[in-house]
Structure formats: C-alpha cells, structure tokens
Design a protein around this ligand. Structure first.
Ligand code: NAG
Ligand code: NAG
Ligand code: CU
Length: 353
C-alpha cells in the first residue's frame, strides 16, 4: 500500500507537469471515472439533458478534420451536414473493417468515447452516458421496453407506423433531420424475427427463426462473459454471432438501426453499444487473462458464405494484435487497441454502474 503510494505520487505530479491535452492521446490517471448507467436509472431531467446535448451536436457545423480516405462508396462528405452527422459518417466509413472483425469492440469503444468527449467539450454535457440493458426486457419483449417513451424532451421515441413508412414521430429525436446517407428523419420498423424476414442475406444465417428476445436473455450474456477464458477470438466469435444480441437488436429495430453503416443516426445506437461495451468490460473483468486479451482478423468474412463459414465473426486475415491503430477518420484521438483495452486505464476513464 505504502509502496503504491510512493510510486503513484511522482506519477501524479508528472501528470500535471506535462500538458494534459496532446493531439494524439492523453495519459493521465483515471481518478474520477465518468459514470455510465442503465437508461432506466436516468432521471427525467438527466434524459432531457442527454438529448439536449445530442441536439447541440446536431446544430454544430461540420468539422473540417473529417477526412475519409477513401470516402464511403457513393456517399461524399456533405460540408453542410452537422458535427453529429460527421460522427455518423466516421462509423460508416470503414464498414467492413470495423464490423465482424477483431477491431469491432475496440473501434466501438473508441467511438462511444469520442462521441462522449464531443458531447462534453463541444456541448457542455455533464451528465452520465448510458446503456440499454435489454436482458431486462427479454421476457416481456424488447419492443415493449419502457425506454421507447414518446416524451418530446426525455423519450427515445416509439416505433413508426406502417402507413407513414415507419418514421419515428415522437420522442426527443423524432423528426430530427440527419444527413447520411441522404437527408431524412429516423425510421424504426420492429420485428422480433428479423432473419426470417430477410433482413440479412440468408446465406449467412444459421438460425433463420431466431427470435431476438431469445438472443438478449441474461443467460446468453452470462455464457459469453463467464466462458472463453483468456481467448479473445473465441469470446468475440460467441459474442457477435450473426443471430446474437448485437446484430439481432439492430436488425429487429430495422430502419436506421438496421443499417449497419448509418445506425448511429438513431440515438438508441449509443445505448445499445453502451451495453455491448459493458458486456466486453464484464468479460475483461472476469479473469486476469481476459484483461489484455486481443486478436483476430482485420476485415469481415461476409464476402461469401464460404468465407463466413471458415472465419466467422472474428474476421479474415491479415490478423491484428493490440498494436493495431483504430481508424479515426480524422476525428477524435488516434489511438491503438492497447490504449483502450482498460476502460479505467488513463486514456479512457469511465465505469459502468
Ligand atoms: C447536406 O446536408 C444538408 C443538411 O442536413 C442537407 O440539407 C442537404 O440536402 C445535404 N446535401 C446532400 C447532397 O445530401
Ligand atoms: C418493414 O419491415 C417489413 C418486415 O421486415 C418489411 O417487409 C417492410 O418493407 C419494412 N418497411 C419499411 C418502410 O422499412
Ligand atoms: Cu457499428
């Protein structure tokens, strides 16, 4: 204890002696982690502040640092779009590199943190970040979750109506204009059986009748978290099974959430991915050999049914390790996977309640 103190004190002062902000990364101590909590434990005021901050990003001008190389196919950068849209663009830009590949979890951890930092620095947001623990809704049906609240200031909004193309008209984000891939307002078209309804090419699907409410059960999450000791590839293959809780929830929501490239248009994305990041952190905390475990393919195997069968979610070679750089598309810090493996590791500083 005393030794720890002696070692930490000089480090503490050194942190203040060197500039805290650098163009690439911060290396300060994580003394007061920012909190991420379940959406239902936000107060109404906290929910309202959360959406106010997102709307603030949607009212900020385009950030010229956004630098796709190359641009998302068929979707050039729109200089009249907002800072919020820029962040959505970052997610769309490297579709097949950052989904169903080893870097999926690190990229999305970095992405959530980058959005959080923009909410705080550009929009003065001081509240918590959130997650949607869908395991709480598995038995009643996720579409009946109380999170789909239509309140204009504090609600995530409900589902659109068929007669109106499933456009979301209520909640704080209903009617909000987003720019990518083309200007629109968000859509949610729910089905509990997205694979039976062809929302993913059938050649990749092993369980066409999978019901999303079976994929989000607490027992499913427990299996993923408690198993796969020390083996990131095995863990991630089970975590991101195509019919599982990650893709299952996206495709079940349909509309914007069902679009792998542009799903962050719907603020539900950030709560869903908060939960996914939390599940990864739970696995990391389950065993010392899980903490720094990382590896796998660098691009998705969704190019052919054969590649998918061979490689699965953890992706195709060339393989990458912790020194791989997270593609930031000019936005946010440029960091490696190693920098974000610990959510309280200095560069990142948050914790899940
Ligand atoms: C660019 O974004 C603005 C603001 O959302 C929108 O009005 C405009 O139509 C967009 N242009 C294109 C070509 O999509
Ligand atoms: C809504 O989902 C159903 C079933 O998956 C599909 O047939 C329909 O085309 C979708 N409609 C819209 C507007 O997305
Ligand atoms: Cu994604």
């Amino acid at each position: 204890m005393l030794l720890t103190f002696i070692l930490l004190v000089p480090l503490f002062f050194q942190t203040f002696a060197t500039p805290v902000e650098t163009p690439t990364r911060r290396l300060d101590l994580c003394i007061i982690p920012s909190v991420r909590k379940e959406w239902r434990s936000f107060s109404t005021r906290e929910k309202t502040e959360y959406f106010k901050a997102f709307k603030c990003l949607a009212n900020k001008p385009h950030d010229k640092r956004l630098s796709p190389n190359p641009p998302t196919p068929g979707v050039p950068v729109n200089a009249s779009a907002s800072l919020f849209d820029d962040l959505v663009y970052v997610h769309s830009n490297q579709l097949e590199k950052i989904h169903m590949s080893a870097i999926f979890l690190p990229f999305h951890r970095w992405f959530l943190n980058t959005v959080e930092q923009r909410l705080r620095k550009d929009c003065g947001y001081r509240g918590p970040m959130g997650y949607w623990d869908w395991t709480k809704d598995a038995s009643s049906g996720i579409q009946k979750s109380s999170i789909f609240d239509g309140n204009r200031d504090s609600g995530l909004g409900s589902f659109g109506k068929a007669s109106n193309g499933f456009v979301v008209t209520d909640g704080a984000w209903g009617g909000q204009q987003v720019a990518y891939p083309t200007p629109h307002t968000i859509v949610r078209n729910f089905t509990a059986t997205p694979f039976r309804e062809g929302r993913m090419q059938p050649e990749f699907i092993n369980k066409p009748n999978q019901n999303v409410n079976d994929a989000v059960k607490v027992s499913v999450v427990n299996d993923v978290v408690k198993g796969n000791k020390g083996d990131f590839v095995k863990f991630y293959n089970q975590f991101d099974e195509l019919e599982g809780f990650h893709s299952g929830v996206h495709f079940a929501m349909g509309g914007d959430m069902g679009d792998t490239s542009y799903s962050p248009n719907d603020p539900l994305f950030f709560l869903h991915h908060g939960m996914l990041d939390r599940v990864w952190a739970m696995w990391q905390n389950q065993h010392p050999s899980n903490k720094k475990a990382f590896g796998g393919g660098s691009t998705w195997a969704l190019q052919s049914a054969e590649a998918w069968k061979t490689f699965g979610p953890a992706g195709m070679p060339p393989n990458i390790g912790p020194s791989a750089r997270i593609p930031n598309v000019g936005m946010g810090d440029s960091v490696t996977v190693a920098d974000i493996l610990d959510i309280r590791g200095g560069y990142l500083c948050y914790s899940y309640l």
